[in-house]
Design a protein around this ligand. Sequence first.
Ligand code: PAF
Length: 294
Amino acid sequence: MKIISGAVELQAARRAWTEDVGFVPTMGGLHRGHAALLAHARARHRHVVASIYVNPLQFGPREDFAAYPRTLDADQALLEAEGVDVAFLPTQEAIYPAGPARQTEVRVPGLSDDLCGRYRPGHFAGVTTVVARLFGLVQPTVAYFGKKDYQQWRLIERMVRDLAWPIMVIGVDTVREADGLALSTRNRYLHADERARAPLLAELLRTAVVAIQAGDIIPAVERTVFRQLQDGGFVPDYVSVRRQLDLGPPEETDDALVILAAARLGAARLIDNREFSRLGPAGPAALHEAEKAG
Ligand code: PAF
């Protein structure tokens, strides 16, 4: 595995490759969820690039930029074990040559300010800005993102489509602990008692899906889950059912839905989601997923 930290060096390595390139951008603090993204890329592409960069632009002033887990040795070992060809560990200059405040901003209107965007102003503009720069440097043919960050994945799909970039954006299923908690770098912030309560989030989303499929009214289910999270010691930001494709509010006729939630538990802000077919496990969206999985 080659380790590169400069933009010019990365571009030179990239120019030497003529076959397809799979790319997994990360902020480090790697776990089995990242390993799954890397395994998808390794299985499909001649060349695999992974990046580790804790992007200051996507953290709010009162957020955890300074505390964000930096575990470079373990991360490099994981990248190596997953067969990555190039680990791009950029300096700040390689990403923001004139400094973060002077970087050209890439922003997806509308969706960036919805859901998590309402509670983290500027966050998604920071994400799309850094991913745009990374895409420009790495020039991937395919890029992989975890579906745990569902809104992020859909935003990056939109950015790539709107800007007509020849990059395929793939969402990879969330990896969970045995008790259902979605893997996240920020789970490290949970104290033991909070960690024991944390799987409630995934469990409530699972039961909400069953209720909607049984015919319960969506806004009532959203309110119930919100209250149940509060009763479980969480401080929820939102619980919302949306269309999978564009995260718009669902119409009566939409079948491919996703329920998304964000809630704070101690020092951690947890997010999770669950895709589902409104018509149930045999509904059109579920069948489509099953067909894709072969
Ligand atoms: O999901 C992440 O780790 C980050 O938001 C990303 C996509 C690497 C951009 O900094």
